[in-house]
Design a binder for this molecule. Structure first.
Ligand SMILES: *Cc1c(COP(=O)(O)O)cnc(C)c1O
Length: 420
């Protein structure tokens, strides 16, 4: 398949757009071409299915439907109501959850709503520290979370990189937080939700699972579900779940009203009903055997990637992965995370630099890189291809000047481009 074919399949250039705004049409073509020509290993990215894409571009894009099904502030909401009820029912069924809210526009606004439902400004919250892989919505000073709540951070152990549950317990008893947050953006291992529940119960705190990164793994049964343990689970639909960019809240029956009121009208006005339709489609797709097979490729591929990078002399954090995420220390190869990111991007591999726990380097340089296999697995890559990509990345990080590596990467990218 040529790059042009791939671009054609990847993004059907709309005649109306090309005519009305050739500048934007050209930019979208350039983006499709950039993607077709490189391997995407950015941890939070994925590809929506053609059906999700169709729902996103469908007629609900124009519909105002403030409120909830049956209680809208706008007329003409019958189809929109049914779509939202479907999305909610599918979410409840897929995650075996008593209640779901499908309206949050992003993972971060879903976090905001979870806090709004459970906390008051000034409350203490215990969460994975940002330096150890917490998301900015769990206590960054530049985010509402760190400004409005009093965050205390736990971390991972320096020797094995695993969550230090003894420290979590000790901090919980010392600070008596109103809520404990379990979850993060770069931790490659499964979370022990039951242990967090136990600690939360000891200090009478709410447990919020910040599970945006791994939502698709949980859907496929490839990671333990936080839903039976957490009061509120904050999920995302655009990462491993392959749905529209957005958030998803799952909670207990008791908290259902508080969560709904926290999303609307506290945090948001009208929901994006085309996104809600796309979420409904993605949630049904996530219950299929094809989805389970894709998740299997993502996890097997991540293991192969981590093993290959380890053999090249980089150091996979925690020694490997249970998920689609791989975080590796590249400092043993004598380069920074920033340099590794640049070198890989120049050769057509898109991944992100990443500050590591106990990182001696400044955050702008960092000592690590973070990779995720969601997009590659959605395109059909598995253990074999991702293992090979790991070896190619290892060579890039070793001497960085290998022309043969660049052409092999391009060959792989083009072979899988346009698939979704
Ligand atoms: C991706 C992610 C978010 C934020 O999602 P956005 O949609 O970018 O706001 C929040 N928390 C965690 C743990 C995430 O992985």
């Amino acid at each position: 398949m040529t790059v042009t074919d791939a671009v054609q399949t990847h993004w059907e250039a709309s005649a109306a757009l090309r005519q009305a705004d050739p500048l934007v049409a050209d930019l979208l073509s350039a983006e499709a071409e950039r993607r077709a020509d490189s391997v995407q290993l950015l941890a939070g990215e994925n590809l929506v299915s053609p059906a999700v894409l169709a729902a996103l571009g469908g007629p609900l894009v124009d519909k105002y439907a403030e409120g909830y099904p049956g209680h809208r502030h706008h007329t003409g909401c019958a189809p929109a109501d049914t779509v939202e009820v479907l999305a909610v029912d599918r979410a409840c069924q897929l995650f075996d959850a008593p209640h779901a809210n499908v309206q949050p526009r992003s993972g971060t606004s879903a976090m905001l709503a979870a806090y709004a439902a459970l906390l008051r400004p000034g409350d203490a919250v215990l969460a994975l520290s940002l330096e150890h892989g917490g998301h900015l919505s769990a206590g960054s000073r530049s985010n509402f979370s760190g400004r409005w709540f009093d965050f205390v951070g736990y971390g991972v152990r320096e020797d094995d990189g695993l969550i230090d549950l003894d420290q979590v317990r000790e901090l919980a008893h010392r600070h008596r937080p109103k809520a404990i947050i379990a979850g993060g953006i770069s931790y490659p291992r499964h979370w022990d939700w039951a242990a967090f529940r136990e600690i939360a119960d000891e200090v009478d705190a709410y447990l919020i699972a910040s599970a945006a990164q791994t939502t698709g793994l949980v859907a496929a049964g490839a990671a333990p579900s936080p839903v039976p343990y957490a009061d509120v689970t904050v999920a995302a639909t655009h990462k491993l779940l392959r749905g529209p960019r957005g958030g998803l809240l799952l909670c207990t029956a008791e908290l259902a009203d508080r969560i709904d009121r926290a999303v609307f009208p506290f945090c948001q006005g009208g929901a994006a009903m085309n996104e809600v339709a796309g979420k409904a489609v993605a949630l049904a797709e996530a219950a299929t055997p094809e989805f389970a097979a894709y998740i299997g490729r993502a996890v097997d591929g991540a293991r192969a990637l981590a093993a290959a990078l380890g053999e090249s002399g980089a150091r996979p954090m925690t020694g490997g992965t249970d998920t689609h995420l791989v975080t590796v220390d590249v400092s043993p190869l004598g380069l920074s995370g920033l340099e590794a990111e640049r070198r890989c991007a120049a050769a057509g591999v898109m991944l992100g630099k990443c500050a590591l726990p106990y990182d001696p380097a400044p955050p702008t340089e960092a000592s690590g890189i973070r990779l995720g296999t969601g997009t590659a697995a959605a395109q059909g890559m598995g253990e074999e291809e991702l293992g090979e990509i790991g070896r190619l990345v290892g060579r890039l990080l070793g001497d960085g000047t290998d022309g043969a590596v660049r052409s092999r990467i391009q060959e792989l990218a083009r072979a899988f481009a346009g698939r979704r």
